[in-house]
Design a protein around this ligand. Structure first.
Ligand SMILES: NC(=O)c1ccc[n+]([C@@H]2O[C@H](COP(=O)([O-])OP(=O)(O)OC[C@H]3O[C@@H](n4cnc5c(N)ncnc54)[C@H](O)[C@@H]3O)[C@@H](O)[C@H]2O)c1
Length: 263
């Protein structure tokens, strides 16, 4: 699917781009004309996605600040700039709060919240005037409907995705006030059947919130007024926010849920 937005001449970095929403986003950015750096800790899948779109792959753990510096420097060195950073890498853990281990909470915060913070920080540093890319740009943070409303069994994930939402707004304001020319926005999808989406549905049954996986599936289907989303729904939203069509869009939360949180 073509997003309809043009990104010719732009350079994009997509974290967690090996599979799922990140891979689909990398494909859509490339189809829209961007040169894409795919980063992930999954090396074979990351290389495969990059090869498909004539992009570049680099191993990059989003929780590691030194990795961020390398990822940004390598992207600018190889592609001559950096215009779009998609902070997509994420993990979830399903547990009732009374049973949630601190180590699991911290792991989820590290990838989703620390990763989003580091990605936003290094993107803004590189894109602001005088930075190593220096031409402004767009940062797009993958939050979730779980960053807008609470979800039973996903407390750690909600905390991490909610952190990403307000970090996005602060970064957007700071960037605008300081004249960085970097727009920062977040995207909030409901369930999309990637590996993570499948896990979320299975976890409802595993936590005893539904009798079995089939009942969990029925419950989730019923919660989504327009059914589940598709990876392309996220990819085209990213292309829009990355493009000049969104030139006045900054600090917004783009909700992709078919109306789930509208009521
Ligand atoms: N699928 C959904 O239903 C859904 C809904 C709302 C939001 N999201 C968010 O969208 C994003 C993508 O989710 P997805 O469904 O494609 O998940 P996924 O599990 O299919 O893919 C996530 C990718 O992130 C990578 N990753 C994990 N930890 C990493 C780390 N430390 N450093 C670098 N890469 C790392 C994984 O290797 C994987 O390739 C996530 O931030 C997720 O929270 C997903």
């Amino acid at each position: 699917m073509n997003s309809g937005y043009r990104l010719d001449g732009k350079v994009a970095l997509v974290t967690g781009g090996a599979r799922g929403l990140g891979a689909e986003t990398a494909r859509a950015l490339a189809r829209s004309g961007a040169r894409v750096m795919v980063t992930d800790i999954l090396e074979d899948a990351g290389r495969a996605t990059a090869a498909e779109i004539d992009g570049t792959y680099m191993r990059h753990d989003v929780t590691d600040e030194a990795d961020w510096e390398r990822a940004v420097t390598t992207t600018v060195g190889r592609h001559g700039g950096l215009d779009v950073v998609v902070n997509n890498a994420g993990i979830e853990t399903a547990a009732l709060l009374v049973d949630c281990e601190l180590a699991d909470f911290r792991r989820v915060m590290a990838v989703n919240a620390d990763g989003c913070f580091l990605g936003t920080k290094w993107a803004m540093r590189a894109m602001r005037p005088g930075g190593m890319a220096g031409a402004g740009g767009a940062v797009i943070n993958l939050s979730s409907v779980a960053g807008l409303v609470g979800v039973v069994g996903l407390g750690a994930y909600c905390a991490a995705k909610g952190a990403g939402r307000l970090l996005t707004k602060s970064a957007a304001l700071e960037s605008a006030r300081l004249g960085y020319g970097v727009r920062v926005n977040s995207i909030h999808p409901a369930v999309i059947k990637t590996a993570m989406g499948e896990d979320v549905v299975r976890s409802i049954a595993a936590l005893g919130l539904a009798a079995d996986v089939a009942s969990a599936e029925a419950l989730m289907q019923q919660m989504h007024p327009m059914g589940y989303g598709r990876p392309e729904d996220v990819a085209s939203a990213v292309c829009y926010l990355a493009s000049d069509a969104a030139r006045w869009v900054n600090g917004t939360e783009l909700v992709l849920d078919g109306g789930l949180t509208a009521g």
